[in-house]
Design a protein around this ligand. Structure first.
Ligand code: FMN
Length: 364
């Protein structure tokens, strides 16, 4: 099953393995346009059933790290078109992961020097980001305290996502994933501790998910719903987040809202690499009951664990991250039970071709 075709009404993937979204920081920060190195990187990985791109900021203020290839202007869309054409020529499928970092950011990353945008003014403590210092050198820095978005500004960000989806379509992406996970802006709105708002985007669960669902609706006016994914990280603590106090209420609520809109994919990332592999854990069955689209599971999956979760019917697709960094032909290797090259985390977020496009394929 893992190596068989997947299909819904809108798209067909050659297999059930998704390349998980991974920020690699190989673009020039000044224009955030995908370059030839980035084209090569994705072309090499076109054997995935579907690639989800690295997080793609939807505006300048959405940026939280240096060198993230973005999607708010025509030049960036033209750069992504080269990526997408290369992936398609190699027989692959690619979705863009649309991203707003929110409070996980620093004013040095923004062209106008604006402070990070927040659900509230609460800072992400002990969370570092990667910036360019006053001497032009890359360096780690604490995230700055954000400024809470006004109600009108939240609606402006919804429009930014819609505009980015339109650019994604023009650039030839086969679909999009909305990054609602890992403590970034949309996840910050979900969080009942960080979200102290009194407008229609704060308070009840419905209100805290209103922003994400308005983003979904804006994107669904561009892409058919079967080409849209939403990513969540239940129980997540990355970026100074507090795990949701009612996960069996919160995430099934979202799943029902996505089902109502016939959204194609709900992507669940277990940051702890634990509960998602526990056949008796109640969350995936609760999501399954609430949602008719495809569930994507992510978090330390190898071939055996992928086959196990598919066999017990708790997921429909498996997203794999780090092994794809070091094994461009990962699907072929898993299918052949071939050995895997280990990844080097020193080159995850920096460097040029080293640790990016120089990992060999099995036959190469
Ligand atoms: C270098 C790196 C960059 C990542 N960037 C993103 C990102 O941009 N968006 C996102 O949702 N997750 C991101 N993640 C998380 C991965 O999508 C994935 O969930 C994680 O690596 C766990 O999967 P794995 O165990 O198969 O690697 C990143 C992970 C790594 C290692």
């Amino acid at each position: 099953m893992l190596f068989d075709k997947f299909t819904n009404d809108a798209v067909t993937f050659a297999n059930h393995i998704v390349m998980a979204p991974m920020t690699r920081c190989r673009a020039d920060h000044s224009d955030a346009v995908p370059n030839d190195l980035i084209v090569d990187y994705y072309r090499q990985r076109a054997g995935a059933g579907m690639i989800i791109s690295e997080g793609v900021p939807v505006s300048d203020r959405a940026r939280g790290y240096i060198g993230t290839a973005a999607l708010w202007n025509d030049a960036q869309a033209a750069g992504w078109k080269k990526v997408n054409d290369a992936v398609h020529a190699a027989g692959g499928i690619i979705f863009a992961q649309l991203w707003h970092c929110g409070r996980v950011a620093h004013s040095a990353l923004h062209a106008d020097g604006s402070l990070p945008a927040g659900v509230s003014n609460i800072a992400a403590k002990l969370t570092k980001t990667f910036i360019i210092d006053a001497d032009g050198k890359p360096t780690m820095a604490d995230c700055e305290a954000p400024i809470a978005l006004s109600t009108a500004e939240v609606q402006g960000v919804v429009k930014d996502f819609g505009a980015a989806a339109a650019l994604a379509k023009r650039a030839g992406f086969d679909g999009i994933e909305i990054h609602g996970a890992n403590g970034y802006l949309l996840d910050q709105f979900r969080c009942p501790v960080l979200n102290d708002r009194t407008d229609q985007y704060g308070g009840s669960l419905e209100n805290r998910y209103r922003f994400l669902l308005e983003v979904v609706d804006a994107c669904a006016s561009v892409y058919e719903p079967g080409r849209i994914a939403v990513r969540q990280s239940p129980y997540g603590t990355f970026n100074d987040m507090i795990p949701d106090p009612e996960p069996l209420v919160t995430y099934p609520y979202l799943a029902r809202e996505l089902a109502r809109r016939e959204i194609g994919f709900l992507h669940i990332f277990d940051q702890s690499f634990s509960w998602i592999h526990d056949a008796t854990h109640p969350l995936l069955p609760a999501l399954r009951a609430a949602y008719q689209g495809a569930l994507i599971a992510c978090g330390n999956f190898d071939r055996a664990r992928s086959e196990a979760i598919l066999a017990r019917g708790q997921a429909d697709l498996i997203a794999i991250g780090r092994p794809f960094i070091a094994n461009p032909d990962l699907v072929a290797r898993l299918q052949a039970n071939a050995s895997l090259t280990p990844w080097d985390d020193a080159t995850f977020y920096a460097g040029g071709a080293k640790g990016y496009t120089d990992y060999p394929a099995l036959a190469g």
